[in-house]
Design a protein around this ligand. Structure first.
Ligand code: FE
Ligand code: FE
Ligand code: ZN
Length: 280
């Protein structure tokens, strides 16, 4: 069986794309994720064309075809405050322009929080923001991340993700990133009923919309709505269930991204080796 397992982790983008390709290669990864700017949403550094060119050849050597950019998680396109929504829209639009320096990649975002306005209103606002920033000429696919449903977070259920997609005009520019810690904390039992959870995802959203997996263990219990990631095998999902996610027939060809609490690259190298060693 030809097996192109695509796995990487979240890396620091402070030294540019070529350094991320080197870091990924050094830990046995063939993909990676990074924040497009600091999580607070500050101004992004200019992209250096020489860095992008160097990245292209390093990526080819390392077998890196895909990466996932992550929007600042503090953006809230569903805010009740017009200025907060406007800021989110500006950052998303600017990031999508910048993403065209590396065409055909993916950009992940948290849908946002409805802050008491109700999920329905929040969903409308997120879809409206997407309709403002998406353009047919863009080559980037924007992924909505499944969330733990902490506080007034939108996207804690598959139905909420589906409702956003239903309201977006350029559906072919949209996708979903499933975060294992988030869905477990959201109440989807990946440990005892992986088949049921994936079946539910397919029924409600459609597996054709699934483009990436955030592979994380959880410090909390099923349905806790907490969102605290644990290292692979050190949380309540556990190594076996997470390896099963990477082996599942309709998931196994997707890119997997570790967002586990590690201090150093060596920690992710160990996790990647652990998963590769267990995976069939
Ligand atoms: Fe995220
Ligand atoms: Fe995540
Ligand atoms: Zn999280």
């Amino acid at each position: 069986m030809s097996d192109a397992f695509t796995i990487g982790c979240h890396l620091s983008s402070s030294k540019g794309y070529s350094q991320m390709a080197r870091d990924a290669a050094s830990i046995g990864a063939n993909t990676f994720q990074f924040f497009t700017r600091n999580p607070r949403g500050a101004r992004a550094k200019d992209i250096d064309p020489a860095d992008v060119a160097a990245f292209a050849s390093l990526a080819q050597e390392a077998g890196i075809e895909t990466f996932l950019a992550h929007a600042p998680y503090t953006l809230n396109p569903a805010s009740a405050k017009p200025e907060t929504r406007e800021f989110a829209i500006q950052v998303l639009a600017d990031d999508l322009v910048r993403m065209e320096n590396t065409p055909g990649q993916m950009y992940n975002m948290h849908p946002g929080a409805h802050v008491g306005q109700g999920a329905e209103r929040g969903i409308e606002l997120v879809a409206d923001a997407l309709n403002q920033v998406l353009d047919p000429s863009q080559t980037t696919r924007v992924l909505l991340e499944t969330m733990a449903g902490k506080g007034t977070e939108i996207g804690g259920t598959f139905a909420e993700i589906r409702a956003i997609i239903d309201r977006v005009d350029l559906t072919d520019h949209i996708g979903v990133c499933l975060d294992t810690c988030h869905v477990f904390d959201g109440g989807y039992d990946l440990v005892n009923d992986l088949e049921g959870v994936i079946g539910e995802f397919d029924k409600v959203i459609g597996l054709e919309h699934l483009y990436a997996i955030h592979l994380n263990d959880s410090k909390n219990s099923l349905g806790s709505h907490k969102d605290r990631h644990a290292r692979i095998g050190e949380g309540n999902i556990g190594l076996d269930a997470l390896v099963a996610v990477t082996e599942y027939p309709s998931l196994r060809d997707l890119p997997f991204f570790l967002e586990t609490p590690q201090e150093e690259l060596a920690g992710w190298a160990d996790e990647i080796a652990l998963i590769k060693g267990q995976r069939n």
